[in-house]
Design a protein. Structure first.
Length: 420
């Protein structure tokens, strides 16, 4: 079951919101309803689920309703209608005491503008939520110290916010949210106020933290590149409506409508499309079971000049060339392991295609895609990488010089053809 379940969520700002719903049923737009009623539709029938431990990004332009949604999750903004369930508990039905407990223990929020108390030191800012919750001094100090170390601010405990950079202040805000050890982190444009370089660093640090913390993160942004970088799944909003929910790859490769397509048209897809989506299954032999006779026969039948070798657990062993296999066959050898090419480029399935470019241009053989147990999942050849990076299928692909996508050190003589 999903950790967060949102169904039929509406937020209407203005007098007598009930007047809006008959007009919505008639298909009137947000602008037409504003003109007729003076009411603004912040959220219009939002429906989505968020899985436990995923980074779920809600994005859209200004006025799309994304920040309203995240504030409805903890009822900083009261929804007009709908269902908000956190681990099966209906947030809409919580009384004041239950809602306060949910905000203190289940979810914490990180704001865009830090919200630090200037008169308090860093550690006392981090302690603040625990202090309000009535946690004893020793316990809250220990949790605050742990959170500060987690976000890389050990040694700054007695500094004041004014003595820190913007990125460091945002880390204090993140440490404050983490101090209560919530299951859910709500991050409302948390990095939007930062300079681009600091922002990129904070994105990387969040991903590193998530690899350790395994929190459920709801992240609000208007930046598509940021959404694609950190999101496991993305919800795109327009005029209060959720127009598409999907993985970064789904959003880029199959936009739901013209609005989403226009949103993503200038994105460098090769930085998001991964090896897993473009790899193909290779011909393989299993060693030591399969000897040179089996290998030669397999290559002849497939019309290829090399074949990948795996063991009985599908763990990658290397690549056997036809010339080496024929030589072993003539020598009546029974084992091919000593003839395997092992000096090969490998990558994991989540590697962006753009990151494979330099390897593809210098590789004699296709890149082997291995999972975390070194099992062969597929291969990616040079042509596939170039097709993705240069935008295969676009009219101007043929006019893009190879030098345009290679650094000076990578502009090498491409060897004739890929093996296999």
């Amino acid at each position: 079951m999903s950790l967060i379940n949102i169904q039929g969520l509406y937020k209407v700002f203005g007098p007598d919101p009930d007047r809006v719903f008959p007009l919505l049923e008639k298909g009137l737009s947000k602008a037409e309803i504003l003109d007729k009623t003076g009411c603004t539709i912040g959220i219009n029938n939002a429906c989505f689920e968020i899985e436990r431990k995923e980074v779920f990004v809600i994005m859209g332009l200004s006025g799309s309703g994304k920040s309203t949604v995240i504030r409805c999750l903890n009822r900083l903004i009261e929804p007009t209608r709908g269902i908000i369930e956190i681990d099966g508990d209906d947030v809409m039905k919580m009384d004041k005491e239950a809602l306060l407990a949910c905000r203190r223990k289940t979810m914490s929020m990180v704001f865009q503008h830090f919200g630090l108390l200037p008169q308090r030191t860093v550690i006392r800012n981090v302690e603040y939520g625990l202090e309000v919750a009535g946690v004893d001094k020793e316990t809250r100090r220990g949790k605050a110290l742990t959170s500060l170390e987690l976000v890389g601010l050990k040694g700054y405990e007695e500094s004041f916010p004014s003595e820190l950079s913007g990125g460091m202040q945002q880390r204090v805000g993140l440490a404050r949210a983490l101090a209560s050890d919530p299951e859910i982190l709500l991050m409302d444009e948390a990095f939007s106020a930062l300079d681009p370089l600091i922002r990129a660093n904070m994105q990387d640090e969040l991903l590193e933290l998530q690899a350790t913390m395994h929190k459920t993160i709801v992240f609000i942004t208007h930046d598509l590149d940021e959404a694609l970088k950190i999101g496991d799944r993305i919800a795109i909003m327009k005029d209060g409506e959720v127009v598409q929910v999907g993985t970064p790859e789904e959003i880029l490769s199959a936009p739901a409508n013209d609005y989403v397509e226009a949103f993503v048209e200038n994105v460098d897809k090769s930085k998001v499309i991964t090896a897993a989506s473009v790899m193909r299954k290779p011909q393989t032999i299993t060693v030591p079971k399969d000897g040179p006779h089996v290998a030669v026969r397999a290559m002849e039948r497939a019309g290829i000049s090399s074949i990948f070798a795996v063991d009985k657990n599908r763990q990658f062993q290397g690549l056997l060339l036809i010339d080496d296999a024929v030589k072993l066959e003539r020598e009546d050898a029974k084992d091919v392991c000593g003839a395997l090419q092992t000096d090969l480029y490998v990558a994991d399935p989540d590697t962006p295609v753009a990151d494979l470019l330099s390897r593809a241009m210098t590789a004699k053989f296709p890149i082997s895609i291995l999972d975390d147990q070194q099992r062969l999942k597929g291969i990616v050849d040079r042509a596939t990488v170039l097709g993705e990076v240069l935008g295969e299928g676009h009219e101007d692909t043929a006019t893009v010089p190879l030098e345009a996508v290679l650094s000076e050190s990578q502009q090498i003589t491409v060897e004739e053809g890929d093996h296999e």
